[in-house]
Design a binder for this molecule. Structure first.
Ligand code: GLU
Length: 447
C-alpha cells in the first residue's frame, strides 16, 4: 500500500471533500509501514475497503419555525464500519455540516471506538440545521422532523446515535421521544446521552471533558510532569469545554481562557466554579457568544473580540471546539508564549501543519481520537447498562472511564514509542485503532 496512490484515487473520486481527505491522509500516513508488514491485509484490500463508508443515508427535513415559515434542511447518517460492533457515533447540528464533514467524522469514529476497548463500530450523522438563535420549541420541532426519517436506519443492535456539536441532552430527549412514538420500541438503548431518569448514564455529560483530562494526566506523567498549577487554555464553551474545565479545575489546573466564534475570554486568575456552571446557560441560550461570560463576570473576565484562545499564554492547550480550529500560526504563537503540550479534544481540531510544527518543536501532541474517546466510551457504558436494565453509580462509571483512558494511553505508548523513548501519539492511536478494525475485517471475510 502506498498512501500517495490511494490518496490520488480518492481525490479524483471525491474532489472537494477536504475534511474527509485530510482525515484519511493522516491515518494512512501513520499506518503505512505497519500495514505493509502484513501481506494478508493487502490481499484482502483492507485499506481500500476501510476508507469507504458502508452506506450513507441522505434525507430532507422539513419543519415550521416560530413565524409559521416552512424551513427545509438536509439530514444525514453515515454508517461507516461495523466490523467490531453496531454503528455508533454522534449527530452534529451545525450550518457547516456536509457529507464530507460527516464522512471524516465517521472515519475517525471507527478508529476511536476501536481504541475504547468496547465493541462499537463507527458512524456519524447530523444536519445543516443551525441551532443558533432558535427557540426551544423550534429545536423540538426540528428534532422531531429529523427523527421522522432517521428512525428507520437505527436501533439498539444496529446503529446508536448520540450527541455532538449542537446536540446535547435536550436534543437527545426530543429525538428519543419521537423515536418511541414512531417505532413503538421502548428499548432504552437506541440513543445515548439520555437523561438520568430515562436510561441515561450518570456522568455522560461530563465524560468527554473528564476523559480528556484523565488522558492528559497520563500524557503528563509519562513526560514526568503534573497537571496541578499548570495554566490551561481551552477553546469553545459548549458541553465538551464545560467538562474539560470542570476536571482541569478539580485537578488543580488554572483555566485561563475559553472562546467562541465572537472572540476569547481571558481569565487571568483562572475560572471559578460559578463561571464554569454559567457555561451551561451560555450553551443552552443558543446565542453562541462567549462574550456573555465577560458581561456576567466583568471584574474577572476580559473579552477580546476576534481572537482565539491560542493568543493567551498557557502551558497546555486544549482545543475543544471544531475541526481545524488551530492552524500553524496558532501553533507558533502558542510556542512563543511558552506552551509545551497540546491535547486535542475536538475531532481533528488541529491542522496537519500545526501538528507537524508541534512535533518538530518538542511540543507534546495527542490527537482527538485518543483524547476525546471518553465521550463515546461512556456512551458504550450507557449501552451496557441499558442492555442489562441496570444503573451504575457515578463512582462506578468514573472508575470505568478512568480505566478506559489509561488503556487508550497504554495502546498509544505500545504502538507509538519512538527510539528516543518519547511517544508519537498520532501514530500510536492510528496504528492501535487500525490494527483492531483491520483484524476484525480480515476474520469476517470479504463482505
Ligand atoms: N460525538 C462524540 C464523539 O465524537 C460522542 C459519540 C457517541 O457518544 O456516540 O465521539
Amino acid at each position: 500500500m502506498k498512501t500517495s496512490v490511494i490518496m490520488t484515487r480518492l481525490q479524483a473520486k471525491y474532489p472537494g471533500e477536504k475534511e474527509y481527505l485530510q482525515a484519511v491522509q493522516e491515518v494512512l500516513e501513520s499506518i503505512e509501514d505497519v500495514y505493509n508488514q502484513h501481506p494478508e491485509f493487502e490481499q484482502a484490500k483492507i485499506v481500500e475497503r476501510i476508507v469507504e463508508p458502508d452506506r450513507m443515508f441522505t434525507f430532507r427535513v422539513t419543519w415550521v419555525d416560530d413565524n409559521g415559515t416552512v424551513q427545509t434542511n438536509t439530514g444525514y447518517r453515515v454508517q461507516f464500519n461495523s466490523a467490531i460492533g453496531p454503528y455508533k457515533g454522534g449527530l452534529r447540528f451545525h450550518s457547516a455540516v456536509t457529507p464530507s464533514m460527516l464522512k471524516f467524522l465517521g472515519f475517525e469514529q471507527t478508529f476511536k471506538n476501536a481504541l475504547t476497548t468496547l465493541p462499537m463500530g463507527g458512524a456519524k450523522g447530523g444536519s445543516d440545521f443551525s441551532p443558533k438563535g432558535r427557540s426551544d420549541a423550534e429545536i423540538m420541532r426540528f428534532c422531531q422532523a429529523f427523527m421522522l426519517e432517521l428512525w428507520q436506519c437505527i436501533g439498539p443492535d444496529q446503529d446508536i446515535p448520540a450527541g455532538d456539536v449542537g446536540v446535547g441532552g435536550r436534543e437527545i430527549g426530543y429525538l428519543n421521544g419521537m423515536y418511541q412514538k414512531l417505532a413503538r420500541q421502548y428499548h432504552t438503548g437506541v440513543l445515548t446521552g439520555k437523561g438520568e431518569t430515562w436510561g441515561g448514564s450518570i456522568l455522560r455529560p461530563e465524560a468527554t471533558g473528564f476523559g480528556a483530562l484523565y488522558f492528559t494526566q497520563h500524557v503528563l506523567h509519562k513526560a514526568g510532569k503534573d497537571i496541578a498549577g499548570q495554566k490551561v487554555s481551552v477553546s469553545g464553551f459548549g458541553n465538551v469545554a464545560w467538562g474539560a474545565v470542570k476536571k482541569a479545575r478539580q485537578l488543580g489546573a488554572v483555566v485561563v481562557a475559553v472562546s467562541g466564534p465572537d472572540g476569547v475570554c481571558h481569565i487571568k486568575d483562572g475560572m471559578t466554579e460559578e463561571m464554569n456552571e454559567y457555561m451551561l446557560w451560555m450553551r443552552s441560550s443558543n446565542r453562541d457568544r462567549v462574550e456573555d461570560l465577560a458581561t456576567k463576570f466583568p471584574d474577572k473576565v476580559e473579552f477580546i473580540p476576534g481572537k482565539k484562545s491560542w493568543s493567551i499564554p498557557c502551558d497546555i492547550a486544549l482545543p475543544c471546539a471544531f475541526q481545524n480550529e488551530l492552524d500553524e500560526e496558532d501553533a507558533k504563537q502558542l510556542k512563543a508564549n511558552g506552551c509545551w503540550c497540546c491535547c486535542e479534544v475536538s475531532n481533528m481540531g488541529c491542522r496537519p501543519e500545526a501538528i507537524h510544527f508541534f512535533q518538530s518543536n518538542g511540543i507534546i501532541f495527542a490527537p482527538g481520537k485518543a483524547v476525546n474517546a471518553g465521550g463515546v466510551a461512556t456512551s458504550g457504558l450507557e449501552m451496557t447498562q441499558n442492555a442489562g436494565h441496570i444503573s451504575w453509580s457515578a463512582e462506578e462509571v468514573d472508575s470505568k472511564l478512568h480505566w478506559i483512558m489509561k488503556s487508550i494511553h497504554e495502546q498509544c505508548v505500545k504502538f507509538g514509542t519512538r527510539p528516543d523513548g518519547t511517544v508519537d501519539y498520532v501514530k500510536g492511536a492510528n496504528v492501535a485503532g487500525f490494527m483492531k478494525v483491520a483484524q476484525a475485517m480480515l476474520e469476517q471475510g470479504i463482505v
